[in-house]
Design a protein around this ligand. Structure first.
Ligand code: KG4
Ligand code: ZN
Length: 381
């Protein structure tokens, strides 16, 4: 079964052909990162316009690489949410047009579900049930997956997503965009215990929700206070407590008046300590959820799943508990259309299709009943 996958939920225009949910025949990603980098984040209007320019060439390239034409396809899978609505509409309208004109079945895919399915490309024999931690620029969802398309969301972020925190801290430190891979790299030369940034957990035991806005503020406060002291270049970096006590006696200036040059000696420790706090928060709730469900398999998904410290630390923790950990290779963690085609394969195989009235849903959550199942006579029910 040959499925064309299309993904345009954020700033990657992606198209791919996948055979039987596992064999990647093409994986085209036209990235807009260079354009959005100037703005330190994705500008929705620019993203939609770029998708319009790039979508047809991306699909042509995906078909050419797979050495097939539209006539050889068995179906189309396209992301219809969550994401930027203008961006989603470009992919969705294109998918509908191709499906209609070639008389092909098409199915709308939840982007988060797509991220989970990236694991099936790497590990096709992955068994249910498992716990999925989906961590990206827009999401932090802890999901108990009982079967294909059967989800129970156990926890999610109440404010920022972890990728968003990485991006915002990188922006604050003027390191570049997107921040996740940059901080990951800088952290390798830093001490994760150098600065004891706080970890936030909810007091009520019942919730497995996350919060990442506090760690962001803690980093900003630390950097601001540290810069007030303006230590000479190359001098020892004060610990959080030292910085706090010294700062009390000094007048603070607005953040914008400081130069980041003094931080050049400390940036590795800040990156490592910030990353460690985020990773600890993610791991603690994930292991709690695994304990609650008595789970034997944990799956990582989404852009932040490529974080080296998250993988390393969770691997050690899961090994110690006899839990198997799965994650996709790095290029399948960040947004791509291969994961959408793979997820589409499992849906279409089960007779799950969408009809041409399907709309983009910016805040779609996992398990939303927006899709329609066609009965054997082809009617929508
Ligand atoms: O899944 P994705 O490509 O797009 C969304 O659905 O949001 O995730 C992008 C996010 C960005 O915030 C990026 O900074 C983060 O994933 N990211 C990382 C790493 N690689 C990408 N965060 C931490 N460590 C990484 N190595
Ligand atoms: Zn994503």
């Amino acid at each position: 079964m040959l499925i064309l996958g299309i993904e345009t939920s954020c700033d990657e225009t992606a198209a791919s052909v996948v055979e039987d949910g596992k064999k990647i025949l093409s994986n085209v990603i036209a990235s807009q990162v260079a354009i959005h980098r100037k703005f330190w984040g994705v500008v929705p209007e620019i993203a939609s316009r770029k998708h319009l320019e790039l979508i047809n060439p991306a699909i042509s390239e995906a078909l050419t690489e797979a050495k097939i034409g539209f006539s050889r396809l068995d179906g189309i899978a396209v992301t219809y949410g969550p994401g930027l609505v203008g961006a989603l509409l470009v992919g969705l309208s294109t998918a509908k047009a191709i499906a209609y004109s070639n008389n092909l079945p098409f199915v709308g895919i939840n982007h988060l579900e797509g991220h989970i399915y990236a694991n099936y490309l790497e590990h096709p024999s992955l068994k249910f049930p498992f716990l999925a931690l989906i961590v990206s620029g827009g999401h932090s969802d802890l999901v108990y997956v009982k079967g294909h398309g059967v989800y129970e969301v156990m926890g999610r972020t109440r404010d920022d997503a972890p990728g968003e925190a990485f991006d915002k801290i990188a922006k604050f430190l003027k390191l570049g965009y997107p921040g996740g891979p940059i901080i990951d790299e800088l952290a390798k030369k830093g001490n994760p215990k150098a600065i004891p940034f706080p970890r936030s957990y909810f007091k009520t035991k019942e919730t497995l929700d996350f919060s990442f806005s506090g760690i962001k503020t803690a980093v900003v406060n630390y950097v601001t206070k540290y810069k007030v002291q303006s230590p000479p270049r190359g001098s020892r970096v004060p610990s959080g407590r030292e910085a706090k006590s010294k700062v009390k006696s000094q007048k603070s200036k607005p953040l914008s008046t400081y130069q980041l040059v003094n931080l050049s000696t400390d940036v590795h420790n800040i990156a490592a300590s910030f990353q460690e706090a985020v990773v600890d928060m993610l791991i603690k709730n994930t292991l709690r959820a695994a304990r609650i469900k008595g789970i034997e398999r944990i799956v990582l998904a989404g852009g932040v799943a490529s974080n080296s410290r998250l993988r390393e630390k969770l691997r050690a923790e899961t090994k110690a508990r006899g839990i198997r950990l799965y994650y996709p290779r790095e290029e399948l963690c960040t947004d791509n259309a291969v994961m959408i085609a793979c997820c589409g394969y499992y849906k279409l195989k089960e007779g799950i299709e969408s009809d041409l009235s399907l709309n983009a849903v910016a805040n779609l959550s996992l398990g939303s009943p927006t899709q329609r199942v066609s009965d054997p006579e082809g009617k929508m029910v």
